[in-house]
Design a protein around this ligand. Sequence first.
Ligand code: CDP
Ligand code: CDP
Length: 225
Amino acid sequence: MSKISIAIDGPAAAGKSTVAKIIAEKLSYIYIDTGAMYRAITYKALQVNCELTDESALNDLLAQTKIDLLPGEKGQLVFLDGQEVTNEIRSAEVTNQVSIVAKHRLIREEMVKRQQQFGANGGVVMDGRDIGTHVLPHAEIKVFLLASVQERAERRYQENLEKGFPADLEMLIKEIAARDKLDSEREVAPLKKAEDAVEIDTTSLSIQEVVEKILVLVEERIGSY
Ligand code: CDP
Ligand code: CDP
């Protein structure tokens, strides 16, 4: 059976990584969380005190940086220069600054190159902001997931509670709205639905319902799996 590429884009907490992981597992495809790569270089830049607005310095740093995404028992593991940083890259500090790094053209060009290599053989579910528009423009299936800011902030609030780090809902709403704005308004490869992407508003859908909608698209494309 032919192995296709599936691009899943959308704003923060729209459910991209959760559904992408499930779809990849069902199809025995590889799953690539491209946001983790932007987070990893942001984390490193903060560690080495590299100025996040200095595109050229960040680009030099990225050139000397190895980022590996490997499957683990509970999902994707992220390695930065051989060291696991799966949890570290999810810190509030990284989350609130990653969009500053992700807006630089040189950084995006290098990341897109690396991401295209990961997806070169098909059989991939990749999630991010520009997968359908730039990384995998020929993906057989493109999905754009949406949900209201309130709903997305509540999802992150719930996640934080479960991890034992209660957050302030109003603060989460502000942070998500600010990141949406930076990601959607940047000049290079902004967060945008590809013309040929299927839009799914997940505001009142369960994870299972979203997965089922995407699996219908898969079946239409490759038959039963
Ligand atoms: O998990 P969450 O949706 O909060 O974010 P993420 O997917 O880990 O992405 C973190 C940030 O990386 C985004 O807010 C974007 O600034 C950037 N990003 C991007 O510019 N392009 C991508 N393909 C993926 C992420
Ligand atoms: O990857 P992205 O930032 O788009 O979102 P995520 O990390 O996959 O999902 C954010 C949270 O929302 C997770 O805790 C999911 O379990 C939850 N979620 C949900 O409650 N309902 C959905 N339809 C999708 C995700």
